[in-house]
Design a protein around this ligand. Sequence first.
Ligand SMILES: [Zn+2]
Length: 159
Amino acid sequence: MRADLDTAPATRAGLVPAMTRGFLGRCPHCGEGRIFGRFLKVRPDCESCGLGLHNHRADDLPPYVVIFLVGHLVGYVILEMETNYDVPLWFQLSFWPLFTLGLSLALLQPVKGAVVGLQYALGMGGFATLPVRPSAAVPPSEDVQRGSTDNRAHGLGPA
Ligand SMILES: [Zn+2]
């Protein structure tokens, strides 16, 4: 049971705020709860606002984006160093593989968070509905009245 479920925002966050929150590992809806339980394991839902995160379909997009970014950055810098500077071969062969691996691992979680934020902002898949705040729910008294009206319509009203 979430103690502060009523803190859930009533409207969907925009694309940039949602992706920024996801990039920082925070819930794209409220910006407070954490997305990840472990390195790349997305939590079932937000601990703060109750947004269901388990329906995300990030799949292979985060690795593709990371490969695209890291490949272009590292490839460009290696080309620049080879053509304009006299860098020893031992440095090139030892530094760039480690740098590439480290940068890829460092970017993987933030990029996956941003992809989850993108899916949330576009209302894709399981993000089509927002979490319902208890204060926004229909009060019980109206449920009873509507129920009694329905019962009367079916001839089952109070005697
Ligand atoms: Zn949240």
